[in-house]
Design a protein. Structure first.
Length: 171
């Protein structure tokens, strides 16, 4: 069994201040303070770090799915330069109100559903007692609850300070 730190992307890893949080280009991708230190810290506690992110901007036609992959590669390059990285990134490009036909649908992957959790649980058996989700939306907390893990609502300025304040996440 693995301890997994599930992190939302927009609003937890990066600021979501452009186009109401729809970020599909690295020029708008700004890390939240403490992210790199947080990932290193979580890995030092033997957590696998996984991003689970709704990316309905694809379905809405704001950017292409290839833009999401480019952004994730960009994030991994930044982290690699700092001797760390994300273990897995999963995202949901679907939305029932989308305008791009291929992505216009309901999906179990879309938070608050637990489809992304199920993918990770198949890959690495998740230790639900030690794993958790950090997100900036109520849907992230619902995702955690449906997945049977602890959920933390992040509305702070520094991710590392937030994680360090949680006794649940200590050694």
């Amino acid at each position: 069994m693995f301890n997994i730190a599930f992190l939302d992307r927009d609003g937890v890893i990066n600021k979501s201040t452009y186009k109401n949080g729809y970020i599909g280009d690295k020029k708008y991708f700004k890390l939240i303070p403490g992210v790199i230190k947080s990932i290193k810290y979580l890995k030092s506690l033997n957590y696998k770090v996984v991003i689970v992110s709704n990316q309905s901007g694809v379905a809405r036609g704001y950017f292409k799915i290839s833009d999401v992959y480019k952004l994730h590669n960009y994030l991994q390059k930044i982290l690699k330069k700092n001797n760390t990285g994300i273990d897995k990134i999963i995202f949901c490009p679907f939305h029932k109100d989308g305008i791009v036909k291929k992505y216009k649908k309901n999906s179990n992957l879309r938070k608050p559903n637990k489809g992304m959790f199920d993918i990770i649980n198949k890959k690495w058996k998740v230790n639900k007692k030690k794993s958790f989700m950090i997100g900036d939306q109520f849907t992230d907390i619902q995702f955690a609850k449906k997945s049977g893990i602890k959920g933390f609502l992040f509305k702070e300025k520094n991710l590392y300070a937030f994680i360090k304040s949680k006794k649940y996440i200590k050694k």
